[in-house]
Design a protein around this ligand. Sequence first.
Ligand code: TEU
Ligand code: CA
Length: 550
Amino acid sequence: MTQWWQQAVVYQIYPRSFQDSNGDGIGDLPGIISRLDYLQDLGVDALWLSPVYRSPGVDNGYDISDYEAIDPQFGTMADMRRLIQAAKARHIKIVMDLVVNHTSDQHPWFQAAARSRADPHRDWYIWRDPVDGHEPNDLRSTFSGSAWAWSAATGQYYLHLFGRQQPDLNWANPVLRQAIYRMMNFWLDEGIGGFRLDVIDLIGKDPDAGITANGPHLHDYLREMNAATFGRFPVMTVGETWGATPAIAQQFSDPAHHELSMVFQFEAMQLDQVPGQSKWVTRPLDHQALRDVLCKWQTELDYHHGWNALFWNNHDLPRIVSRWGDDGRYRVRSAKMLAILLHLLRGTPYIYQGEELGMTNAPIERIEQVQDIESRNAYAEQVAAGVAPATMLAAINRMGRDNARTPMQWTAGPQAGFTAGTPWLPVNANHRQINAAAAQADQDSVLATYRQLVALRHTHPLVVWGEFAPLTTVPGVMAYTRTYQGETWLIVANLTGTAQSFTSPAHLDAVIISNMTAPTTLSSLQLAPYQAFVAKVTGERDLNTHRRES
Ligand code: TEU
Ligand code: CA
């Protein structure tokens, strides 16, 4: 059975940075409503909102203190209902971010749990006695330091895999699990289109055994959750699972398993990190490795019994055009190349706000300019350990999360049209050139390419359902075919900033989309830096030799 989300394109909104409506410098729900026409014009089917629940904002909403209330800085529950309805009128669904690995330490559950060992909520979190007067083990927090924080009132440590203000929930407790399911049903009854499940692969953890991701009961919990909540609704679910392999992704997404629609896996997105080191230690991207990983996820996952999410960006990752494209001379061309390469793959594509404009990283000069808890904590820890401040600032400029979180660039005007006040994070100075208004007026903009790619997916079943086959190329080029009901499209992308050669195994028929004005129809050609195109091909027999047996 086919599902709407297999044919959909999802757009991620980081509400703090999308559109401010009241001049306080923070994006909000009325702001999102005011931009729905833009999103409808782009053609997307669903909006994933990063968290808008009540939160102290230590991790910009990924620390929730009330799951059933909207944070006042984003608006009200009435605004949320208006957003769901206004989006629905444009055939757009709202996907909520579900953060259930942890809550805020300000959540009433945790407040009660921390007050007394006898409180019924105590076991909803993970508490351990000290061992020899210190932390129970050496588990580390993603946001630096130990994952155990001391709670003096009751004389135990609690677990936090993220900030110390983000205590981990104890999924082994069935009463907690039912409370979460009730909350999820509250949102499903509001008419949302699904959930993006934050770090969901951590909920089955066994902290005493040092196991965090893919713990022993993870899939039991997901099946239980599915049956108790979203399994009864025609919604999509996408789990954030950093370390999933194709086999693990299959387990999550096979409809017969009744777990999730699809997962975000990050194998490709970690290729420029040095294995075994923190995200701050990077190395140049190996283009051949990128190609191999993308192909692996197209061929090793069985799309007839599972599904995949496609993305270059989110609110945690640096801007892709700065990272793996060229945000200088070839900004427009390389942004389009990356878009074409990704959107012709099998799976559900995600566009992160501003990606469709080719928005770039936002370098800083001093640590005081950084808002993100992950970057700030890492800076403090590394500098205290002797790393040169300049080294850490360079790493934050490459990999820091604020790169993706600067305000959406709507216009060339003051504060890029994001706010009438002072934005919570400065607008990138390049908004004078890079902005939605300019892109809408330019038929050769990055935005125009994204709009075309979304339309291709909606009008050509081949883009959704076509079988994938990789072609053999020189290392800097990725080429593949998609075939559906006797029709074959060839996708070719030069991943590099230098010319590359490409010999087509078939006759190029009609060019369908391209990032350069004069795409050639010759079979042997020289690809310009970052050149990419999609062409319908004939001469199917030749292509068969390259196709993977399935
Ligand atoms: O991210 C999970 C996560 O592990 C990230 O912190 C990621 O590892 C890091 O940013 C990249 O090094 C999710 C959310 O997407 C993120 O925004 C939250 O901060 C985190 O969970 C905690 O909820
Ligand atoms: Ca606001």
